[in-house]
Design a protein around this ligand. Structure first.
Ligand SMILES: NC(=O)c1ccc[n+]([C@@H]2O[C@H](COP(=O)([O-])OP(=O)(O)OC[C@H]3O[C@@H](n4cnc5c(N)ncnc54)[C@H](O)[C@@H]3O)[C@@H](O)[C@H]2O)c1
Length: 249
């Protein structure tokens, strides 16, 4: 495989599972050194073992993205182990269902803390090291639900729309300082975040999608791979939907 991320050092949040784990594997195959960050230690270490079996370079670091002091340690760990930090994937996220009236304050605060504040803290604490590299990229993982509505999760929609706005603001703020910031919007992707979806519901969902299927985690990781590679050096503040055409209807 062409080493499109040679000389890159990536910190990937939510790297123990689903879309994040696919990023770890793909980025490592493409030549990046990866710090796999998550609250799920055992799963994260398994992803690291997979990478090492293929002679890639990765380490696990237990990071709760809501905790700023923990973020500082994660960034220091990436630089200490791999010598620099060039790439940040803010991917960790949670979904808690709840409508406008049924959502609790606690549920709202939790979703916003992880999906929204976590992304800001990541950009904030990683920024000094990213800027030092002179050729850095951030990809923030939002959701199609950051662009459209549904009756399913008011806090999730709000937090994912905030990711879009924060990405744009940061893209403009750092455009002349060697740092690009882009947003990827997954459609429905088969990962643990979906929970148990009965077969009949999954079939109905797939039939409603233009491509007739839901996505796999690698679909998202390939989008980020492009955005973090030097092929995308004129791309910042962009929105990339990876959703089998869902946003087109
Ligand atoms: N799967 C989908 O259909 C879909 C659609 C749109 C957007 N997304 C987004 O993609 C991202 C990845 O989700 P996924 O589908 O791979 O789900 P997932 O549940 O498999 O992975 C999410 C990961 O985030 C980690 N995480 C949760 N809270 C954390 C915290 N406080 N600190 C650090 N890590 C934490 C979890 O431990 C888990 O490993 C999320 O931001 C999600 O909102 C997913």
């Amino acid at each position: 495989m062409n080493k499109r991320l040679q000389n890159k050092v990536a910190l990937i949040t939510g790297g123990a599972s689903g879309i994040g784990a696919a990023h770890v594997r793909l980025f490592s195959d493409a030549g990046a050194k990866v710090l796999v960050c998550d609250v799920q230690e055992e799963l994260g270490c398994r992803v690291v073992d997979d990478v090492k079996r293929k002679s890639g370079e990765a380490e696990f670091f237990r990071l709760d993205v809501t905790d700023e002091s923990n973020w500082k340690k994660a960034v220091a760990e990436a630089v200490g182990r791999f010598g620099s930090l060039t790439t940040l994937i803010n991917n960790a996220g949670i979904f808690i269902p709840g409508g406008v009236e049924s959502e609790s304050n606690e549920g709202w605060n939790r979703v916003v803390a992880v999906n929204q504040t976590g992304v800001w803290l990541g950009m904030k604490t990683a920024m000094p090291e990213l800027l030092k590299s002179g050729n850095a990229a951030i990809v923030n993982i939002s959701s199609l639900y950051g662009l459209v509505g549904s009756p399913e999760g008011i806090a999730y929609h709000a937090s994912k729309a905030a990711v879009r706005a924060m990405s744009k603001a940061a893209a403009v703020e750092y455009a002349r300082r060697g740092l690009r910031v882009n947003t990827v919007y997954p459609g429905v992707i088969k990962t643990p975040i979906l929970g148990e979806v009965p077969d009949y519901m999954m079939k109905a969902l797939e039939e409603a999608l233009p491509m007739g299927r839901i996505g796999i985690p690698e679909d998202i990781a390939y989008a980020s791979l492009y955005l973090c590679s030097d092929e995308a050096q004129f791309v910042t503040g962009a929105d990339l939907c990876v959703d089998g055409g869902a946003y087109a209807i």
